[in-house]
Design a protein around this ligand. Structure first.
Ligand code: BG6
Ligand code: MG
Length: 213
């Protein structure tokens, strides 16, 4: 049994990955840049704000000031979407799972690339469940670098091989594996390369489903 389970937030505990997509799509439309949901899933899912914008505007010339303004505009679009969120938007069975893990004596932590992580957790009323929260303010090197997962393991005082990480993005699975943890992927098998286990959805999962081998 793992000593800690470290959750990604967006696209795992709630469907905010869809809101991130909608906000980027809004910005892409403003700028007349073609952008599809499929491109989002391959290139932007789980990836930081600046790296995401770099993909979107690749090959186009923008000044640093324009880049800053576009990141802010996307974030404003994203804020408008998450401001409306309620605890109903926690993945079905999510709260029961967190309670089950707590009862089993397993530490639970968040490893998110997002600077809006705490805002979303507050809207979902999930903040108090976590023994540690590592977000977009904690580490410089984003996923697929292992840093945010290693940081989260440190927050809960557990060695990385005793941790299981859960991710909906391939960059996140790479980060978990690079951190020396077991990786559970959420989504279609075709999205992932190095996951130890793939589950099609996070809905109504139990500790048993998250165990490997
Ligand atoms: C990740 C999301 O959790 O956070 C990405 O999956 C997002 O879509 C990244 O770009 C950074 O988020 P934010 O809120 O700091 O722009
Ligand atoms: Mg995610």
């Amino acid at each position: 049994q793992p000593k800690a389970i470290i959750f990604d937030l967006d696209g795992v505990l709630t469907d905010t990955s869809e809101y991130h997509y909608q906000a980027w799509k809004h910005l892409a439309d403003d700028e007349g840049i073609p952008f599809t949901h499929e491109e989002n899933d391959i290139h932007l899912r789980g990836v930081g704000r600046r790296e995401s914008l770099a993909y979107l505007i690749r090959g186009r010339q923008y000044t640093e000031a324009q880049i800053q303004e576009m990141m802010e505009r996307k974030n404003n679009y994203y804020h408008a979407l998450i401001e409306q969120m309620t605890p109903d938007e926690v993945v079905s069975g999510g709260v029961a799972l967190l309670q089950e893990l707590k009862t089993a004596g397993i530490k639970i932590a968040i490893a998110s690339a997002s600077k809006n992580c705490r805002l979303v957790l507050d809207r979902l009323k999930l903040t108090d469940y976590f023994d540690g929260i590592a977000d977009g303010y904690c580490v410089v090197n984003g996923k697929p670098a292992p840093d945010v997962f290693v940081y989260a393991a440190g927050l809960v005082g557990v060695y990385t091989p005793d941790c299981v990480g859960i991710e909906d993005a391939d960059a996140g699975i790479e980060a978990i594996k690079a951190a020396g943890m077991k990786a559970v992927a959420i989504g279609p098998t075709s999205r992932f390369h190095h996951a130890d286990k793939v589950l099609s959805t996070m809905e109504n999962k139990h500790l048993q489903d998250l165990l490997i081998g």
